[in-house]
Every structure is written in C-alpha cells, then in structure tokens.
Write a protein that binds this ligand. Structure first.
Ligand SMILES: O=C(CO)COP(=O)(O)O
Length: 146
C-alpha cells in the first residue's frame, strides 16, 4: 500500500523533549514518508538525533512556534499533532499552548499529548492510509447567537 503522506507536527516541552526524541528515533522509518514540522528547539534536537528525517523548523514555541502551528491548523494544513506536554511546569507561553490545543480540538486534528497516545496513533491502520477526518462545520459556532 502506498503511504498517504500527512502533515505531522512534532513538539515537546523541555522536560519531555528526550522522550519525544527517543520516540521519533524508534519510529523513524514510519515517519519518513510524511511531511514533518516542528517547533524550533524540538525540531533541532530531533534532527541531530535522526538526520535522515527532513523536518521544517518553525519558531521556538515561546517565540511563536505554537501559534504558527495553530495557524496551520486553522488553514487546514496540519493533520496530526504529536505534542509531548509537560503537566508539571508552568510556562510563560501557556496561553499559546492552550490556543494550540484548543484549535486542535476545534478542527478535529489528530492530537497525541503523550507517548502512549502517540504509539496508538502511529500503529493505527489509518496512519498510512487515506483517513478522512470529519470536518466540523465551524460556521455553526460562528453563527451561534449570543
Ligand atoms: O514550547 C514549546 C511548545 O509549547 C516547544 O518549543 P521548542 O520546541 O522551541 O522548545
């Protein structure tokens, strides 16, 4: 079966970066056919460990990288968000993180926030295939009376 390339974002907070890098290394072959994006620091570290992966680096999360991913989601340009989050540390850009996870939810993006979820996503038969996410009718929200 030909793998249907998806746009996949890789993001990790500082305390979870090592775990994501390890996960990407284990799943390098499965990620290879896809179009990969990452926030700046996460992407740089993954590239050092897995030089065969071509990753488009965005800005660092606290400098707008999360917002860039949010914009991609709003424009329908991201299929999967693999974001290993740190639930124990408060962050200066917490609002950006919240905006990103909110948009992932709103636009029904495939979103894994930890290693087990990422394992399920990547081992799903849908991962290689032509999975059509249901698009919510956003106009329902926009036109909702106040
Ligand atoms: O802070 C992040 C996500 O909120 C990740 O950003 P970096 O990959 O630049 O560390």
């Amino acid at each position: 079966m030909t793998v249907k390339a998806k746009n996949i974002a890789l993001v990790a907070h500082d305390q979870t970066k090592a775990e994501l890098v390890e996960w990407v290394a284990v799943n390098e072959a499965a990620l290879q056919p896809h179009k990969l994006w990452a926030t700046g620091t996460t992407g740089r570290i993954i590239t050092e460990r897995c030089p065969s992966l071509e990753i488009t680096l965005l800005k660092s999360g606290p400098l707008g990288g999360d917002q860039q991913l949010g914009a991609m989601i709003a424009e329908g340009k991201l299929d999967v968000l693999l974001f290993f989050m740190d639930p124990m540390t408060s962050l200066p850009h917490d609002v950006d993180v919240k905006a990103l996870t909110r948009l992932s939810t709103l636009y029904n993006v495939i979103f894994a926030c930890n290693r087990s979820s990422a394992d399920f996503v990547i081992s799903s038969p849908h991962f290689k295939g032509d999975y059509q996410r249901t698009q919510r009718d956003i106009s329902d929200y926009v036109q909702r009376p106040v």
